[in-house]
Design a protein around this ligand. Sequence first.
Ligand code: SDX
Length: 400
Amino acid sequence: MATQETLTPSGDGTDKAAKPADKAPLPVIKRVGLEGVVALDSVLSFIDGQVGELIYHGYDIKDLAENTTFEEVAYLLWKGSLPNRAQLDELNAQLQAERELPPMVLDVLRSVPEDAHPMAALRTAVSALALFDSEADDPSPEANYRKALRLTARTPTIIAAFDRLRKGKEALAPLKRNSTAHDFLYMLNGEEPGTAAERTFDVCLVLHAEHGLNASTFAGRVIGATLSDMYSAVTGAIGALKGPLHGGANVEVMKTLLELDRSGKSPEQFILDKLAAKERVMGFGHRVYKTLDPRAVILREMVQDLSEERGQRQWYDYGVEMMNTMEREKGIYPNVDFFSASVYHMLGIDMDLFTTIFTLSRMTGWTAHLIEQWSANRLIRPRSEYTGPRNLKVVPINQR
Ligand code: SDX
């Protein structure tokens, strides 16, 4: 069993994590996809995949979804405790003050092709933000906190500006007097959201903020562990989240639901046909959860309420029958992406923007993990098992 490396807080981001005590070679552990491998210690979240538990820094996700806002969760992840009223007011004011984009980044978005993949546009604009941030390469904890806040403030502005520009509309300046949820929905739709829509969207942001060493967070920490900068790390994380096996799944779920809606089949038969064709049903399955994702439990209730409120009951009914069929046939359960797709659809958000919304929220988790990584850094560098040929001799090129 490899020695469990413990992290010793250093604060200056240098390579201070405890190294294995002796110099004897560590026993080799090979787990394809690093399944089940513990790579580091973290205080940010805990997941029990057997019982379907998720906590952020000690608080159960259900408690947080019911009783906090996205900004309170951001503070919890960055600072390690829920804010009091004064601390929350200060964070809200800071986010609002940083919401606007540097003009040159807006120019970058104006030059993005209308048919660009929204995650490619977001990845490009987030990367461009670094060029106009004088602190981009400042590794101090204070600068990194300000960058985490700036990135979280500006990601919604980028998404909304991209969507309006591709539709031939002008990007809207943020109102800078409301919650992230409120300002984003205003910048996207050109009208201020109702209380119910704002709260529904805010809960979605709470649910997507943090989830341990998922692929995109791990990608970000690998980049950060080289002592590269926060913008480089979150740009890599956006690239990872884009994939349909990860954050890109919520778009695929909506495509599946629309295909079902057109098919005339029952949800059960639709699923059976997909499984018979050996297809993956997106929005189901998880590397860690072996039961219902607790976020999916909350999102399912939101779909039920929204679908009844908006007279679109089919999205709830489809979801429940698909869920029951997958559980009976494969023992596989919905993950966070399954029901979130229907929520965003009923909020009137374009399907191809769904993963950018995941990014908006997860920017808090990614940046919190980077701040944690740098508090006691150690380069992340696993091994691979060599399966190639050996003892080959080079033949001169004119004889090959
Ligand atoms: C997210 O890690 C995180 O925390 C991620 C996330 C977060 O908050 O950051 O929770 C967000 O990314 C959620 C996952 C979104 N992705 C999808 O919905 C894509 C569909 N799901 C799968 O591709 C799959 O379940 C993964 C990728 C999520 C997990 O894959 P694993 O752990 O590598 O499992 P696997 O691919 O080895 O599958 C095990 C078995 C296989 O059957 P066999 O080939 O062994 O017979 O389960 C089957 C798979 O075929 N299976 C599915 C399935 N998922 C797994 N069969 C049909 N449909 C599916 N969705």
